[in-house]
Design a protein around this ligand. Structure first.
Ligand code: UGA
Length: 433
């Protein structure tokens, strides 16, 4: 099949490259000429394991092309996939201006039947709006479809090529058949549904996962007070198939470009139809507070944070990505600086992105994990990169001025940290008395 993907952000780029990997002819379009240049010359503008190899392989095979000109990519396409950004407006609502502009351009470039899919996460009713915009500029046959994406940053290629399920929302059997054929090699679990339900499945899935995280974080906070261990609790809960063990890792809360944005958007969508989504509002509130647990523990361990030097391990919102959007590290570091601490920071790959987002004369940018620990009064682990888990804790203890380790992601075995002589403060587990 011939596929045109509009937008080369995370979702668009990974999807486009993976469709090419399945043997389709793919054209990826983006207005950003610098991005397209990078892609055309074999580079990848985001950090995503495995993506560059697949891109190069499929470019060499002649199945994958990049362009800034939608008019060039449209004529041959059987399927058009819109994967442009839907950032949050100040109200929390999703900004639909990119989708609308893309729909209008697609309408102008239509030259025959195509399935126009929206992969961006969009409020219920958006596909219908896209259809109306296209119709204003083209009066031939076409179908619209909702094709929500469930990939995670860091494992995006694997998630796309081996999905748990594919959700296809259409209002016509022709589009349903074309999109089922496209995705059948990936999984037998294809959910064929109506457009509005497909749009809702995406928001409901992300909101539910965010709810699991805030739930286990609150359980962790209670565990700390009653002397239970949240890791044991999550294990015991997760073995019940009805609950499931994933997304029950307690820590400093969720960040990234999806959960924070989508939870707020769903609250707004509900509000627009006069429904007060109380549960999800609490999920967001709990998440906002959870990161400050690190600061409470730091305050307790140090007595006073003022004038101290605090080492921070991990700036990305999660490992295997350089993405710092809504990363808990941002606010934690801001607060530390406000409390007059000097902050030494290190992340294996997200340093440059973080520096672009937030910089301050009292941030010391370090070259390694041990360098960060050197002479610091305490160390806070905020992202569970493998290199932190594997580090020699004896060397960390020797480097630190005071033996304090705040673990925001429950990476270490309590006994191992104790043996290294560190005072350990994990989340929801018995730590230093
Ligand atoms: C998330 C969803 O998992 C994807 O299915 C979805 O497609 C994507 O959003 C999206 O809407 O585009 P992503 O944000 O890349 O993917 O990352 P996750 O692996 O889901 O992690 C999100 C956040 O939750 C991270 O900050 C992570 O540290 C946190 N988390 C995750 C926890 O605190 N505990 C857990 O048990 C799991």
């Amino acid at each position: 099949m011939k596929i045109t993907v509009i937008g080369t952000g995370y979702v668009g780029l990974v999807s486009g490259i993976c469709y090419a990997e399945l043997g389709h002819d793919v054209y990826c379009v983006d207005k950003d000429a610098a991005k397209i240049n990078t892609l055309q010359s074999g580079g990848i503008p985001i950090y995503e394991p495995g993506l560059q190899r697949l891109s190069l392989k499929n470019m060499d095979a002649g199945r994958l092309r990049f362009t800034t000109a939608l008019a060039e990519a449209m004529p041959e396409a059987d399927i058009v996939i819109m994967a442009v950004g839907t950032p949050s407006l100040p109200s929390g609502e999703a900004d639909m201006s990119y989708i609308e502009a893309a729909a209008s351009e697609v309408g102008a470039a239509m030259n025959g039947y195509k399935v126009i899919c929206v992969k961006s996460t969009v409020p219920v009713g958006t596909n219908e709006r896209v259809g109306r915009i296209v119709r204003e500029r083209y009066d031939g046959p076409f179908d619209t479809a909702s094709l929500p994406e469930f990939l995670r940053e860091g494992t995006a290629v694997r998630d796309t090529l081996h999905p748990d399920r594919i959700v296809i929302g259409t209002d016509g059997s022709r589009a349903a058949r074309i999109l089922s054929d496209l995705h059948r090699p990936l999984t037998n679990q294809i959910v064929l549904t109506d457009i509005r339900s497909a749009e809702m499945i995406k928001y409901a899935s992300n909101a539910f996962l965010a709810t699991k995280i805030s739930f286990i974080n609150e359980i962790a906070n209670i565990c700390e007070k009653v002397g239970a261990d949240v890791i044991e609790v999550a294990k015991g809960m997760g073995l019940d198939n009805r609950i499931g063990g994933s997304f029950l890792r307690a820590g400093i809360g969720y960040g990234g470009s999806c959960f924070p944005k989508d939870t707020k958007a769903l609250i707004q969508i509900a509000g627009n139809v006069e429904y007060d989504f109380k549960l999800l509002k609490s999920v967001v509130e709990v998440n906002k507070q959870q990161r400050f647990g690190v600061l409470d523990k730091l305050g307790k361990a140090l007595g006073d944070v003022r004038g101290t030097t605090v080492g921070v391990w991990g700036l990305a919102f999660k490992p295997e990505t350089d993405d710092v959007r809504e990363a808990p590290a941002l606010e934690i570091i801001e607060q530390l600086i406000e409390s007059d601490a000097t902050v030494k920071v290190y992340d294996p790959i997200a340093m440059a992105n973080f520096k672009r987002t937030f910089d301050h004369p009292r941030i010391v940018w370090c070259d390694s994990a041990l360098d960060t620990a050197q002479d610091s009064d305490a160390l806070c682990l905020l992202t569970e990169w493998k290199e932190f888990a594997a580090i020699d804790l004896g060397a960390v203890r020797a480097a630190l001025a005071r033996p304090i380790l705040i673990d925001g992601r429950n990476v270490y075995d309590v006994q191992r940290v104790r043996e290294a002589g560190l005072h350990y403060y994990p989340v929801g587990r018995p730590g230093h008395e």
